[in-house]
Design a protein around this ligand. Structure first.
Ligand code: SF4
Length: 202
């Protein structure tokens, strides 16, 4: 057994499995997951998923994640940027920023930050990589994020906005904090507000 809060710690994970520290990497092993090298994988894969956040405290009635993953916790921007530079140096061409509740990124930091701050910091590094924002809750997709994705070609022109249901009655029962009409207006804003760089909500 290992506490959720320590799952990112490889040593703690290894100790929980075998009761002793992990062996040093063998020759040819890299520093990626399960000893994988941080370099473009087989079949020419060049996309990397960079987890920047975990945990959630939303009240969605159908979801067990707040009970299993705990409160929102964000990776500090300097850690995100360091890993981004590492995987770009390893040859990756696209990096998806991901989180259990990505839109909550930065709220738990001191001082608090927002996802748009992280995107600005990423853009500021001007690395040769395309950055994709992974699934983003509709209530977290604000003007600053839309404007950044729409105006900066370093970001993939893509948004995944999980509606969850197209019935206001069901959305309320799910305790989702938006209506179908609000979702429609958000998608209209994304589509019509970006005339030069059309974003594609999915
Ligand atoms: S926002 Fe997402 S992760 Fe959080 S409780 Fe709702 S469905 Fe679960």
């Amino acid at each position: 057994m290992i506490d959720n809060g320590r799952k990112d710690d490889p040593q703690a994970l290894a100790e929980s499995l075998v009761g002793e520290p992990p062996a040093a990497p063998r020759e040819g092993e890299g520093s990626g997951p399960c000893g994988a090298a941080v370099e473009p994988g087989i079949a020419g894969r060049t996309a990397w998923t960079l987890r920047v956040q975990t945990g959630c405290d939303e009240p969605c009635s159908y979801c067990i994640i707040p009970a299993t993953r705990g409160r929102p916790r964000s990776r500090r921007p300097e850690g995100v940027l360091a890993e981004l530079e590492r995987v770009v140096a390893g040859g990756f061409k696209e990096v998806a920023l991901a989180g259990v509740h990505l839109g909550a990124w930065g709220r738990d930091l001191h001082p608090p930050m927002g996802l748009a701050d992280l995107l600005r910091a990423v853009a500021g590094r001007d690395l040769p990589v395309r950055v994709r924002v992974s699934s983003l809750e509709p209530m977290e997709c604000g003007e600053a994020v839309i404007d950044l994705l729409a105006s900066d070609a370093r970001f993939a022109p893509h948004l995944h906005l999980p509606l969850q249901h197209a019935s206001d009655r069901v959305l309320a029962a799910m305790r989702r904090p938006y209506t179908l009409d609000a979702y429609r207006r958000l998608v209209d804003r994304v589509r019509s507000g970006c005339p030069t760089r059309r974003l594609a909500p999915t």
